[in-house]
Design a protein around this ligand. Sequence first.
Ligand code: ATP
Length: 431
Amino acid sequence: MEETNKEVFEKVVKIAQSRGFVFNASSIYGGLRSSYDYGPLGVLLKNNISNNWWKDINNDNEITIYPVDTAIIQSSEVWKASGHLAEFSDPMVDHKPTGQRFRADQVPDDINKEDLTEPRQFNLMFETNIGPVQNENSTVYLRPETAQGIFVNFENVLRTMRAKVPFGIANIGKSFRNEITPGQFIFRTREFEQMEIEFFCKQEDQGEWFNYWVNKRMEWYKNIGIPDSSLRLREHENNELAHYASKTVDIEFLYPWGWGELEGIANRGTFDLSSHEKESGKDLTYFDPLSNEKITPTVIEPAGGLTRTLFALLCSSYDEEEVNDSVRTVFRFQFNIAPIQIGILPLSKKDELIEVSEKVNTLLRSNYRTEIDITQSIGKRYRRQDEIGTPYCITIDFETLEDNSVTIRNRDSMIQERVSIDNLLSYFIDL
Ligand code: ATP
């Protein structure tokens, strides 16, 4: 990582932790490596991203996307059919003198290659047991992706929702991978959240739908505030394609250490439905009323990471600027994404000002995410609201008691405006 980027990365991590976005997991016990808990602001931010994702994938009148929320622990046969039991592994090497383990393609430069064992396959799925007796039949796995929960429910959704191809099924939730080299904060963790869509279409339309999803997903990242210049598309070479994919395009983000994956859009063909049909013996075809025949739909999969998107947003929203000889730190989140949209700051803790602050809060809180902030000097409170990315602050001062007006401060321009409390709601609605 270049020195300046490293500095930015460290600052983003520091603010995320000190301001209540992300905490080290089990921190009172010294922490668990590469495991994180999301704090109040992190949860709000994560919910805003996932709600926005759901809204966006549903904004096209031409297609329907059905939601599912599937179990983390499924029958082990699911992972046999999907290929995860056989294929979901990385080649690993051990460093003999220290016992450290690395992914064969990610051995640090300072390690003597002659001290390494031969590469061995290492399955990335977390294994556990179900029920009171431990034996080979009780072995189950934590899901390594949300996608398979969709395929095994294809027929359920088709039947109960009377779905017509083309349509999509979306699943969002935690996935688990025993990553050998987790790191770079929440970029790569062993427990993370995914947002996946399986889009079922006719084979002859696969190219069109593939392009549709690449464009739509790329636009979404821009719409939530990630700049164009930090995003690019990268098509996979033949030798890096996963066993199920005939074509994959990654949406990449410019992380502080360089370009890396944010989302992958893959053409999975009929691989998954055919495999599950074979393994389960159930009919997973679709009756096409136009051609009067049964088909196995082709699948286009936009697979994104919710926690990785949150990290990308933290990195791309972070900004510093010099104001009156001191440096102001800001997360420039968009209004619809910011964890707190409006900070309400009474100038002092006097009862009369607190009372008005509560009145203003009651007025706004059913439409917006608000927070009354009364601790510390007004300058420090502005600083904190800037650091957590609050787009607007409302200050209630002694004049408010006389003229029923408040001061609204814009986070980015820092321009302050006097607005009557009676007009506050329409001020924000008009934005
Ligand atoms: P990578 O090459 O970074 O390991 P992948 O190609 O294995 O990712 P997919 O299986 O395509 O990832 O998963 C879809 C998305 O899930 C990724 O684009 C990423 O946003 C997210 N994701 C995958 N693994 C992790 C992880 N260990 N931590 C956080 N997010 C992850």
